[in-house]
Design a protein around this ligand. Structure first.
Ligand SMILES: [Zn+2]
Length: 120
């Protein structure tokens, strides 16, 4: 029988009669000891205990298809848009209604008011 030390890789040729079944052997070079099992009817075969394979972890559910309609904007966003539109409308109305005082203070605005038909 041929043996190799798993620690130092020293190799030995041992007569089969000296290694019946399972034995504990010791390396003459490094002193490492390990269990040796002779092949054959006396040897205990290496076997993996039969256990049931662990169940695969559950897969996450597939994502639902997204709706084609975009989500409705939040209430705060709608209020911000409404406030911005109201502010713009008030500014335009004030600029039109107060075109005379504005033109007195800022004469270049007369050209814009004239283009809009508001020149006096
Ligand atoms: Zn050894």
């Amino acid at each position: 029988m041929h043996l190799d030390c798993p620690n130092c890789a020293a190799s030995y040729d041992v007569p089969d009669a000296l290694l019946p079944g399972r034995r504990r052997v010791r390396c003459a070079r490094c002193g490492h000891q390990w269990a040796y099992a002779a092949p054959g009817p006396l040897a205990v075969p290496f076997s993996v205990p039969e256990t049931e394979a662990p169940a695969a972890p559950p897969r996450p559910a597939p994502l639902a298809p997204r709706p084609l309609v975009p989500p409705r904007p939040s209430r705060a966003l709608r209020l911000a848009w409404a406030g911005s539109a109201l502010l713009l409308a008030v500014g335009l109305i004030a600029a039109l209604a107060l075109h005379r005082p504005i033109a007195r203070v800022w004469p270049p605005s007369l050209r814009l008011y004239a283009a809009l038909g508001l020149a006096r």
